[in-house]
Design a binder for this molecule. Structure first.
Ligand code: ZN
Length: 297
């Protein structure tokens, strides 16, 4: 099943979609940001979670990424499209564009960074933080469109909730950042730990202020009406991509890729040494791995 971690705009649009089921879940990592809503997108059932809560009242540092990803895993999600509002650090990435991010620089400082923080040692590969196969699917759905979709981009994830200073914006550009946001991490990391295929669709709603030499195109000089229009264009494009990707996954079910057995190459602890309380804590996260190594009871 396809799961959606919805940011502002996309989340509100999906709440208006046909909800067929509403699940109130708890996880070993706390409560997720919202109920998990099963909505119908075309022929597909899609599980939707509002990352910042239904009222947009959960700030980035307090988004329970572990509980959110665990809850999606719990309801049978195998593929996740995460949607995120970002700001641009590059001339060629304009408000209204989409960026299917392929890299992340994690600059967060105050978040739980992993599921596996006790009782077991697990080191997943993160060189490619997103599933190339799902990224290609999402990109393939945009082929006939004239809107601007960037097939790659490096997302700098800052702690927030404020945006960066001008000096920081320059630094983010110097280290290779293309877009700036506040929620990609630890979300991508824990999705990999949960053996989910994940892709991040970023909708650009503004320029990051302060890095341009010319002030006439600085974000502060952009009228509110243009900002609102850019936001509407970007979230509309994100919704179209979501619908097309859901349809594509429904019509052409994906084969297995290396995301789905990420733990097979990552668990350093001998399976026989994993204690019952540890198995209970990690629940659905370890179930496939323990079955694979014959330690599932
Ligand atoms: Zn994958």
């Amino acid at each position: 099943m396809l799961g959606i971690l919805a940011g502002p705009g996309v989340g509100e649009a999906l709440v208006g979609a046909a909800v067929t089921e509403e699940l109130v879940l708890d996880t070993p990592f706390g409560s997720p940001s919202s109920h998990v809503r099963i909505v119908r997108v075309g022929e597909s059932r899609v599980a939707v979670l509002a990352r910042h809560g239904d009222e947009n009242d959960i700030p980035p540092s307090r988004v329970p990424s572990r509980a959110n990803v665990y809850a999606l895993k719990q309801v049978g999600v195998t593929h996740v499209l995460a949607f995120d509002e970002v700001r641009s650090l590059r001339d060629e990435i304009r408000p209204g564009d989409l960026v299917i991010a392929d890299q992340v620089i994690d600059r967060t400082t105050r978040r739980a960074t992993t599921f596996f923080d006790e009782g077991i040692s697990v080191h997943v590969e993160m060189a490619r933080p997103y599933c190339e196969s799902l990224r290609a699917r999402a990109l393939g759905t945009t082929g006939v469109s004239t809107r601007s979709v960037h097939p790659r981009g490096t997302y700098v994830c800052v702690e927030g909730p404020s945006w960066s200073t001008a000096a920081e914006a320059h630094m983010h550009r110097l280290v290779g950042g293309d877009i700036l946001g506040q929620t990609a991490m630890p979300e991508a990391r824990v999705a990999r730990e949960a053996e989910l295929c994940a892709a991040l669709v970023c909708y650009v709603v503004a320029d990051c202020e302060g890095w341009r030499v010319s002030t006439k195109v600085d974000a502060t000089s952009v009228p509110d009406s243009k900002r609102e229009n850019d936001r509407r264009v970007a979230t509309g494009a994100a919704m179209a991509l979501l619908a097309a990707t859901a349809e594509d996954l429904h019509d052409h079910p994906p084969g297995s890729c290396s995301c789905h057995d990420a733990l097979s190459r990552a668990v350093a602890t001998s399976p026989g040494a994993i204690r019952p309380e540890t198995r209970a804590r990690y629940g659905v996260l370890l179930a496939r791995f323990l079955a694979e190594v014959g330690e599932d009871r």
